[in-house]
Design a protein around this ligand. Structure first.
Ligand code: BES
Ligand code: MN
Ligand code: MN
Length: 459
């Protein structure tokens, strides 16, 4: 390990802890002050690392933290993107320690320790690797590219105000490539580069029957029960082969060639290990596709939440007035979230029984993204990972979404390199989220190598 990193190891952990202690949950309006505090802390650490023009840029929502470091007009410019907001910590009783009081514990996968806290991996721990790698480069006089940082506070709620910010700041954000650590690796010690992200269409549906909750004996059987209606409609959204039944849903989905599928199948994967890690009786999904394909190159439709009626203790005999569900559709390249939302809305209304009313509210969405492995940024990242891990990086298509990445392409005309260091077992968005200390420091070591190789791209 680089001497500067070695000498500052403890401080690099302590400073990340300070950030992790702030409950910057962008979805929770009660934590507004903490989200804003996290922006301030991020800005302070960026400045201390050596960034210039550090600014907490106001938006109609949470601020964007910007900072840069200019070396020479002859060098390429890299824009680092990350997010300081986190997912809600609930259900808090399922955490083995306070989600906002980071602790280091050993796990089977991380025998040398992992930091347990909400945001440890997604994305505070990962964007902080960039701040510390940058500090190391400045301190050791080894900054080989011009660097811009843009850390936002609304990724977990759809990045709508970041889109606004990017559109207004083309010049300030101009760069040759975007570098992001907000994804994962296929397995411990296996360096990975994410070559694709899925898009997202997200809707909330409301089914209304009678104008008030009713006695289920006096009215049952004679009026539509919105919960019965909703669950039946939901059950019709997939066929027996687990294909989505919304007409037109697959129209723009690209069919991968057998060669492309074979290449993706090279990424190490154990079905037994997957089942064991999740305590699954069996895997499940669309006929004709492997587990890895089902969660990456194929689109999906999932109910994320469903509620209505009486759910308290004991039995209450009631027919609810309303039933609700939140439904997400993960999209693959060429599928357009707006169009998919329209197709869904039309179909969902068409399958509703005539005795209920339907209201559909679209939430945030996001476009899918692909990165060719021939891009100079991909090559630089592959070389960097090869140096630090001593083995070849695996290209992977991820099932997750980072909504702003497609916009970087349309607005700034640049590709994003997704060099993540998280593991599936790090439990992002779940109780006991954590990030391996080894991964954290591997990231800090690898990032300067990316700049070194990217600066040499035209040579
Ligand atoms: N960092 C994740 C996305 C991710 C994780 C991509 C692992 C690939 C591998 C990001 O913070 C996230 O959770 N995105 C949301 C998007 C949404 C809230 C708009 C997602 O994918 O659900
Ligand atoms: Mn993230
Ligand atoms: Mn996330």
């Amino acid at each position: 390990m680089n001497k500067y990193i070695q000498d500052n190891q403890k401080r690099f952990i302590d400073e990340l802890f300070e950030l992790l202690r702030i409950p910057s949950v962008s979805a929770d309006p009660n934590l507004k002050d903490d989200v804003i505090k996290a922006a301030g802390t991020t800005a302070r650490f960026l400045k201390a690392a050596g960034a210039n023009s550090v600014e907490i840029c106001e938006t109609p929502g949470y601020p964007v933290v910007y900072g840069d470091y200019f070396v020479s007009p002859n060098l390429p410019t890299v824009l680092v993107y990350g997010h300081y907001d986190v997912q809600p910590a609930d259900p808090i009783n399922l955490w083995s320690s306070d989600p906002f009081e980071p602790v280091i514990k050993n796990t089977e996968v991380h025998p040398k320790g992992a930091i347990f806290a909400r945001g440890a991996c997604d994305d505070k721990g990962q964007f902080f690797m960039h701040v510390k790698a940058f500090e190391t480069m400045v301190a050791t006089d080894n900054v080989t590219c011009n660097i811009k940082f843009m850390i936002e506070g609304e990724e977990e709620v759809g990045s709508e105000n970041l889109a606004w910010f990017v559109k207004k700041n083309h010049k300030r954000l101009s760069c040759d490539v975007v570098l992001i650590s907000d994804t994962g690796m296929v397995g411990p010690g296996i360096p990975s580069l994410t070559t694709g992200l899925r898009g997202l269409s997200y809707v909330e549906v409301e089914v209304t029957g009678p104008n008030r909750d009713l006695h289920s004996g006096l009215y049952g059987g004679a009026v539509a029960n919105p919960i019965n209606a909703l669950t039946k409609m939901i059950s019709r959204l997939h066929d027996d082969r687990k294909k989505i039944t919304v007409p037109g849903f697959y129209n723009k989905v690209e069919i991968l060639s057998p060669e492309e599928r074979a290449e993706l199948a090279q990424a190490p994967f154990s079905l037994e290990g997957y089942k064991k890690a999740l305590d699954l009786v069996d895997v499940d999904g669309e006929d004709g596709y492997s587990t890895t394909e089902r969660n990456s190159i194929r689109p999906t439709l999932d109910v994320n939440g469903i509620w209505g009626g009486y759910t308290g203790e004991g039995a209450k005999t009631v027919i609810a007035s309303k039933a609700y569900a939140k439904i997400s559709m993960r999209l693959v390249p060429k599928q357009d979230p707006k169009e998919i939302t329209e197709l869904f809305t039309k179909y969902f209304k068409s399958i509703a029984p005539s005795a209920v009313r339907i209201k559909i509210t679209p939430h945030h969405g996001g476009e899918p993204y692909v990165c060719p492995t021939g891009h100079p940024g991909y090559s630089a990242a592959a070389k960097a990972l090869n140096d630090s891990f001593g083995r070849k990086a695996v290209p992977v298509r991820s099932g997750g979404s980072i909504p702003i990445v497609a916009l970087f392409e349309t607005e700034l005309n640049v590709k994003s390199i997704l060099m993540g260091f998280g593991l599936d077992s790090d439990a992002i968005h779940s109780p006991d989220e954590h990030f391996g200390l080894e991964n954290y420091f591997k990231g800090i070591e690898t990032i300067p190598l990316f700049y070194k190789y990217f600066a040499q791209k035209d040579k």
